[in-house]
Design a protein around this ligand. Structure first.
Ligand SMILES: Nc1ncnc2c1ncn2[C@@H]1O[C@H](COP(=O)(O)OP(=O)(O)OP(=O)(O)O)[C@@H](O)[C@H]1O
Ligand SMILES: [Mg+2]
Length: 361
């Protein structure tokens, strides 16, 4: 991109991020006092204060020079870094105060907070990606289908294979068996999407299915992933922007094309399904059937949201936070998609992940 376009991207980020951070700080301060006094949650609050003050010097000024551009880019990198470890921190904080706050209050806060977080990170990540892709010396790959963090020709089948080997590794380590995925439908399907988002969602869904078949002793039965391209979405269907908080927090600039091809991915496992009682709690942040002693190795392997919960580090974390499904759904819904879970208790589970591409470019 030209310098002028890069400055424009930076000015956009500077336009929206301070307000977004301020809204997060306000929401944290509006939580019941006992929640805010929790060290983990107060750490989150401090991070936001820190990030907001790092952006303040750039507010109300336009980026017009290469120096200013570099300054903004450094601030974005700092912001992303500072907030990258926060999901396990948040999870631990709310776990510790769970006896003092109604579940509804927590769910409502977390849903809004984590959805807003997706958008905030995306804006910063996009600024950063565009900046670095435009530097002299950045490898100019004519075949590249990327625009910043968006891949305009992303093949879900490739991501599924990557996530499969990663998750299989974790399950093998834990249970000594290695479940596997069979892909059918139309594996050649491509969509325009953000690879890190799709990776996050698929890792979460596969972890759940792999764990279920391993615990059920059904690892010889394949986890069947069916990829079905959806017809282009008609323009009349308005995009439901989850990020638009009722307190007026700014949503992400969508600017999508009129019709965008999407995909539906069905993940079918023979892991025994989900009981009615558990099914009702599936979308609550923090709901898990992972047991206490198993959970101890989860909390100790704290890492970042694209890394940790998506499980990285030695052993990774296969389950235990109870954030995989609700946060995965938040990612899917961010661009107008969805996740639906259908359980055949005593047999297995079907998960339908529907994604809408991020627009014709
Ligand atoms: N495919 C599945 N088969 C059986 N049970 C499932 C399946 N997917 C989810 N579950 C149940 O739903 C619960 C919540 O899932 P979720 O992914 O939100 O959290 P988790 O896996 O316990 O922890 P994590 O945050 O690490 O993903 C799981 O603990 C499990 O009991
Ligand atoms: Mg999970």
């Amino acid at each position: 991109m030209s310098s002028q376009s890069l400055y424009k991207a930076s000015n956009f980020a500077l336009d929206v991020l301070p307000t977004r951070l301020a809204h997060r700080i306000q929401a944290l301060r509006n939580l019941p006092f006992i929640v805010v006094t929790n060290p983990n949650i107060s750490k989150i609050h401090d991070n936001y204060m820190h990030s907001l003050s790092a952006l303040m010097p750039f507010v109300d000024r336009e980026v017009k020079t290469a120096d200013e551009q570099q300054g903004v880019t450094d601030a974005m990198a700092g912001l992303l870094q500072r907030h990258s470890n926060t999901i396990p921190l948040i999870a631990r904080g709310f776990l510790e105060v769970r006896n003092y706050v109604p579940t509804d209050t927590v769910t409502k806060f977390l849903d809004e907070h984590l959805r807003a977080r997706i958008g905030t990170r995306l804006i910063a990540e996009q600024q950063l990606a565009l900046h670095y892709a435009s530097q002299p010396g950045a490898t100019e790959d004519k075949a590249s289908t990327n625009i910043g963090v968006i891949d305009t020709a992303l093949r879900p089948a490739d991501i599924i294979r990557d996530c499969e080997s990663f998750v299989a590794e974790m399950v093998e380590l834990k249970y000594g068996v290695r479940p596997f995925v069979v892909i059918d439908g139309q594996p050649d399907t491509e969509i325009a999407y953000i690879p890190t988002h799709l990776e996050y969602i698929l890792t979460e869904l596969l972890k759940n299915s792999f764990r279920a078949v391993a615990e059920e002793g059904n690892e010889r039965e394949p986890i069947v992933v069916t990829i079905a391209p959806s017809p282009e979405y008609p323009s009349e269907k308005p995009l439901r922007n989850q990020d638009q908080g009722e307190n007026g927090s700014p949503g992400v600039a969508t600017g999508l094309g009129n019709a965008v091809p999407g995909v539906t991915i069905r993940i079918r496992d023979r892991g025994g399904g989900i009981s009615e009682e558990h099914y009702a709690a599936l979308w609550q942040y923090g709901f898990t059937t992972w047991t206490e002693n198993e959970a101890s190795d989860v909390v100790s392997s704290v890492s970042d949201p694209y890394g940790v919960i998506a499980g990285s580090g030695p052993g990774g974390s296969l389950a235990g936070l109870g954030y995989g499904l609700p946060l995965g759904r938040a990612y899917a819904e961010y661009f107008g998609g969805s996740i639906a879970v259908q359980s055949l208790f005593g047999w297995g589970t079907d998960v339908y992940l529907t994604l809408r591409g991020v627009g014709k470019t």
